[in-house]
Design a protein around this ligand. Structure first.
Ligand code: SAH
Length: 280
């Protein structure tokens, strides 16, 4: 490290012939880890997916070769086997390969599959977690994902299974009765179906819901609703992928913590939250 930058911690060497599998967070470049930032500046090749935005790719070193490996419905997408083959080939040719994924690589991100392929091929690799969309998205919306007065668990659920269908195998009664906050990834397509299952299993149709599209980016869009209206409200508001859906009483704390509200409105909302808590 140069003397002018002595406060930047010492980073591990990005070895030629290795792959770093790195989470880029949900969009805001400010949410990159220092390791992710370091990897961007050092990599020879960056294989990125559709959720990684231009603001993050702009931090790549000048000589880096960018490879798009998007996997998004409707758009042309590279096959998973082709992506892993590319990572292995690039590493074996002595390149420093950055595999950059949205959010956290191991949260519904196929990072596990890619790491297994690298391990099987004997390619050295490092895993760098990122901030997953649920955690950052809720925080940017002003919602604590846990609050000890509200929930003692959080459940992350994918809205579609490997084949693209809805998540048929889930235990809906267990989720409805034992999971106070549900966070749905990739859920827009089957949201009505999932809400129906939850309500059918006993979850209150009035349970608060927030939909957060393009979280932490300039195009972030937030809709507050309730379970029985969530799918219709998402469509009416033009909520687009990528979006997360949070279901549970923590959503109500947004009124008190919304970053876009005035301090006065927030203070009033805090009083309301406290009044409800005292009453309950
Ligand atoms: N590995 C990623 C998730 C990949 S699955 C992570 O940890 O965040 C893709 C899903 O992630 C999307 O369908 C959406 O549900 C969610 N997602 C990713 N980025 C998002 C963003 N900026 N805003 C809202 N949801 C996002």
């Amino acid at each position: 490290m140069s003397e002018s930058n002595t406060r930047f911690p010492e980073m591990p060497v990005f070895e030629p012939g290795s792959v770093w599998l790195v989470g880029a967070g949900p969009g805001d470049p400010g949410l990159l880890s220092l390791l992710a930032f370091h990897a961007l500046s050092q990599a020879d090749d960056i294989v990125y997916d559709a959720l990684v935005g231009d603001g993050i790719l702009a931090l790549a070193g000048t000589g880096a070769v960018l490879h798009h490996a998007g996997k998004r419905g409707g758009k042309p997408s590279a096959k998973q086997a082709d992506i892993t083959e590319k990572l292995i080939d690039l590493a074996n040719s002595g390149r420093k390969v950055l595999r950059l994924k949205g959010g956290d690589p191991f949260v519904f991100g196929r990072g596990g599959e890619e790491a297994l392929a690298l391990a099987a091929a004997g390619v050295p690799f490092r895993l760098v977690p990122g901030i997953t969309a649920a955690v950052a998205g809720l925080a940017y919306a002003g919602i604590p994902i846990t609050d000890r007065c509200v929930n003692s668990a959080v459940t992350f659920i994918t809205g579609h299974e490997a084949g693209g269908g809805p998540p048929e195998g889930l235990d809906w009664p267990a989720l409805a009765s034992g999971a106070p906050v549900l966070i749905l990834y990739m859920a827009l397509k089957h949201l009505a179906w999932m809400a129906e299952r939850l309500i059918g299993a006993g979850l209150d149709p009035d349970t608060p819901v927030v939909l957060i599209s393009k979280a932490t980016t300039e195009d972030q869009k937030i809709v507050e609703t309730h379970l029985s209206a969530a799918a219709a409200d998402a469509a009416a508001a033009g909520i687009e992928a990528p979006a997360i859906v949070a279901i549970g009483d923590v959503v109500e704390l947004r009124a008190a913590l919304d970053p876009s509200a005035t301090p006065q409105a927030r203070a009033r909302a805090v009083l309301e939250v406290r009044r409800k808590r005292d009453a309950g």
